[in-house]
Design a protein around this ligand. Structure first.
Ligand code: C2E
Ligand code: MG
Ligand code: MG
Ligand code: MG
Length: 286
């Protein structure tokens, strides 16, 4: 039977290949040359500070600009990158590229970078992050690292996260509420931020249960001195409800879709102008 689209990477290179392992090798080979040929590119999605209505930061999201297949999304190749070990060098490149790009922005906004569990197992993540900060000159406080429950919080991983926090980097728990052990996970490390998964946001206007889960998550985060970002915000109604519920930040197509490096610089410059305008309007006449 044909595999579904959600079977990710396998679909990309299955055209003439019957053996799944051969397919996977073909994908890995293509990914290796993609990295070498600089076909990977970071897009950036704005994150809004709900209380002030100003830009808070951006999340870096990797894309593969394939010369013949067009743009390939991360869910189709991250697993192959992880299984082949390529996520090591690719992940290091993503960290440094995101930090360098954030240094070029007209406002000193935060940049969030996703980390794979494999980077924790096979890589000195601390060294990679410090290298990215040193090479780019980005102040550590502007960097947020996003991890999911798929990162096993062993003693070693927790120690690494603590060292990163000591550097000034923030740690966010991504896709909160979708894993098997969200509560125990939350208790095993002092995260700075919880990202509320988009599945709850998508359901919130129709489902009182989803609204209740969002409210409880925000209240829990507040008690634990963590901030909250709601993901997948697509409508004004959702944003208003999230503001009412006390979420700190919003991210989603309502604010903007992920965009390339040049477009995000223009987007931030425009936000800067708008914010400058606001400040001038509010300044007392002299
Ligand atoms: P994530 O970290 O939870 O990223 C949010 C995903 O939601 C992104 O998908 C983004 O494009 C999408 N999104 C944002 N706003 C909306 C919205 O309003 N509606 C809908 N329907 N979707 C929205 P994307 O870029 O395809 O990335 C998917 C996942 O791939 C990410 O989920 C993250 O887990 C992983 N990923 C992306 N970039 C990287 C990376 O550089 N390194 C690693 N290790 N993983 C990455
Ligand atoms: Mg993320
Ligand atoms: Mg997420
Ligand atoms: Mg996700």
């Amino acid at each position: 039977a044909a595999k579904s689209d959600s079977d990710s990477g396998y679909r990309l290179y299955d055209a003439n290949l019957k053996d799944p392992r051969a397919e996977r090798r073909a994908l890995e080979g293509a990914l290796r040359s993609a990295h070498e040929n600089r076909e990977l590119e970071l897009f950036y999605q704005p994150i809004l500070d709900i209380a002030t209505n100003r830009m808070w930061g951006c999340e870096a999201l990797v894309r593969w600009k394939h010369p013949t297949k067009g743009m390939i999304l991360p869910l189709q190749f991250i697993t192959a990158a992880e299984e082949s070990g390529l996520i090591g060098p690719i992940g290091d490149w993503i960290l440094e590229e995101a930090c360098r790009t954030a240094m070029t922005w007209p406002l000193p906004l935060a940049v969030a970078v996703n980390l794979s569990p494999v980077q924790f197992r096979s890589r000195d993540v601390f060294a990679s992050v410090r290298q990215a900060l040193d090479a780019s000159g980005l102040p550590a406080r502007r960097l947020i690292l996003e991890i999911t429950e798929s990162v096993r919080l062993t003693e070693e991983a927790t120690a690494t996260l603590r060292r990163l926090k000591a550097l000034g980097v923030s740690i966010a728990l991504d896709d909160f509420g979708t894993g098997y052990a969200s509560m125990s996970y939350l208790s095993s490390f002092p995260f700075d931020k919880i990202k509320i998964d988009q599945s709850f946001v998508r359901a919130m206007m129709d489902s009182p249960d989803s609204r209740a889960i969002i409210k409880a998550t925000i209240s829990l985060a507040n008690d634990l001195k963590m901030s909250t970002t709601a993901e997948g915000v697509e409508t004004e109604e959702q944003l208003a409800a999230l503001r009412q519920a006390g979420a700190s930040q919003a991210q989603g197509y309502l604010i903007a879709k992920p965009m390339p490096r040049d477009a995000i610089a223009a987007f931030i410059a425009e936000a800067q102008n708008a914010q400058q305008g606001m400040r001038d309007d509010q300044a007392p006449a002299r």
